[in-house]
Design a protein around this ligand. Structure first.
Ligand code: DAH
Length: 348
C-alpha cells in the first residue's frame, strides 16, 4: 500500500513537472486551451485520470493524495493563468507596435496653387526697383481725361491719343486708363521730390484682339524726380534693371523715340537672350528686343504739377508686363495669360 502511495505521489510530481515544461514554449491561446484540456480537463484530463484511483486508496491515504492533487491542480491553474496573461500582454504589445501611428510621416500634401505668371513678373520687376530705392504705389483704373492725357501733355486732338484707343466711361471726361502714366501726375501732386516710385497695374485699350494685343493688360510705370538727374542716370538704372531681369550678359541699346510727356524720349532694347543677337524668330531676326519706353520728364509736365523745371529734373519709364513675360519665358501668345488654361499656367 505504502509503495502504491509513493508511486502515485511521484506520478503526480512527474505530471506537474511535465505539464509546466510543456507550457513554457506555448505561444498561442489555442495551444493553451489544448494544454488546459490535456492536463486539467474534467473528463479526460491527466490529473483527473490520476485522481480516479482515489476510491481504491485507504482512508488515511486519501487526504494525502487529495491534498497533493489539489496542490498540483492549483499550481497548474496558476501557471496557466500566468501564461495566458503573458500571451495577452505580448499580443497587445505586438498590435500596438503594428498599428502604431508614425506621427513623423509627412502628411498628404494638398495641391497648392501658385502665382500667375503676370503677378510673378510684376513681383520680379518691382523687386529690382525696390532694391534700387523705389517705392511701389498703385492708382485708380478708372481715371479722368485730365490725368490720363492732358496733364501728360496729350491735349485733345493730339495724335498720340490715336495710339491708345480709349474705353470711355463718360465720353471726354472719365475713362479706363490707357496707361499707368497718370500715376506720375498723381504722385508728383501728392508729394515733393525726391521721388522714386514704380507703379504696377492694369490698363485698358479698345484694341482689336490678336496674338500680341489684348483689351486689358498690365504696365509698370517708373518715375524718379530729383535736383540732379540726367539721361545717364536713366540709362544706368534701366541697363542694370535689364541685366538683373534678363541676365548679367545682356547688352542694352537706347533708340530715340517720342512720347508727349518726356523730352528726350528713348526706347530701350536688349540683345536677344535666345539667339544672343544672332537673329531668331523671337527677335524677328534683328538681334534686338524692345523692352520699354522712357525719357526725361518733360518741363511742361513738371510745370503742370507745380515743380520748377529749373530746379527739378527726372526720368520716367513704362513697360508692358505681358511683353516682359513673353520675352522672359519665350511665350508666343498674349491671350494665354488671360485664358485660364491650367496646362499653360501650371508651367510657371
Ligand atoms: N505710357 C507709355 C505707353 O503706354 C509708356 C511710357 C513711355 C511710359 C515712356 C513712360 C515713358 O513713363 O517715359 O505707351
Amino acid at each position: 500500500m505504502i509503495d502504491q502511495l509513493g508511486d502515485l505521489l511521484s506520478q503526480l510530481d512527474a505530471l506537474r513537472v511535465r505539464a509546466i515544461a510543456e507550457l513554457e514554449p506555448i505561444t498561442t491561446s489555442t495551444e493553451l486551451d489544448e494544454w488546459d484540456v490535456r492536463y486539467l480537463g474534467r473528463n479526460r484530463g491527466e490529473l483527473k485520470s490520476l485522481s480516479s484511483v482515489m476510491p481504491k486508496l485507504s482512508k488515511e491515504e486519501r487526504p494525502i493524495v487529495g491534498q497533493k492533487i489539489n496542490a498540483v491542480k492549483a499550481e497548474l491553474e496558476r501557471e496557466l493563468a500566468a501564461r495566458r496573461e503573458m500571451l495577452r500582454q505580448r499580443e497587445l504589445l505586438q498590435s500596438l507596435e503594428k498599428e502604431r501611428i508614425d506621427v513623423t510621416l509627412p502628411g498628404r500634401a494638398l495641391p497648392a496653387g501658385h502665382m500667375h505668371p503676370i503677378s510673378r513678373t510684376i513681383l520680379e520687376v518691382t523687386k529690382i526697383f525696390v532694391e534700387m530705392g523705389f517705392q511701389i504705389v498703385q492708382g485708380p483704373e478708372v481715371e479722368t481725361d485730365y490725368y490720363n492725357f492732358q496733364a501728360l501733355n496729350i491735349p485733345e486732338d493730339h495724335p498720340a491719343r490715336d495710339m491708345q484707343d480709349t474705353f470711355w466711361v463718360a465720353p471726354g471726361e472719365i475713362l479706363l486708363r490707357t496707361q499707368t502714366s497718370p500715376m506720375q501726375i498723381r504722385t508728383m501732386k501728392q508729394t515733393q521730390p525726391p521721388i522714386r516710385v514704380v507703379v504696377p497695374g492694369k490698363v485698358y485699350r479698345n484694341e482689336a484682339v490678336d496674338a500680341s494685343h489684348e483689351a486689358m493688360f498690365h504696365q509698370i510705370e517708373g518715375l524718379l524726380i530729383d535736383e540732379h538727374c540726367t539721361m545717364g542716370d536713366l540709362k544706368g538704372c534701366l541697363e542694370r534693371f535689364a541685366q538683373i531681369l534678363f541676365g548679367e550678359k545682356r547688352r542694352v541699346r537706347f533708340r530715340g523715340s517720342y512720347f508727349p510727356f518726356t523730352e528726350p524720349s528713348a526706347e530701350m532694347d536688349i540683345d536677344c537672350p535666345i539667339c544672343e543677337g544672332m537673329g531668331c524668330r523671337l527677335c524677328k531676326y534683328s538681334g534686338w528686343l524692345e523692352v520699354l519706353g522712357s525719357g526725361m520728364v518733360h518741363p511742361k509736365v513738371l510745370r503742370e504739377v507745380g515743380y520748377d523745371p529749373a530746379k527739378y529734373r527726372g526720368f520716367a519709364f513704362g513697360m508692358g508686363v505681358e511683353r516682359i513675360a513673353i520675352l522672359k519665358y519665350g511665350i508666343s501668345e498674349i491671350r494665354l495669360f488671360s485664358g485660364n488654361d491650367l496646362r499653360f499656367l501650371r508651367q510657371f
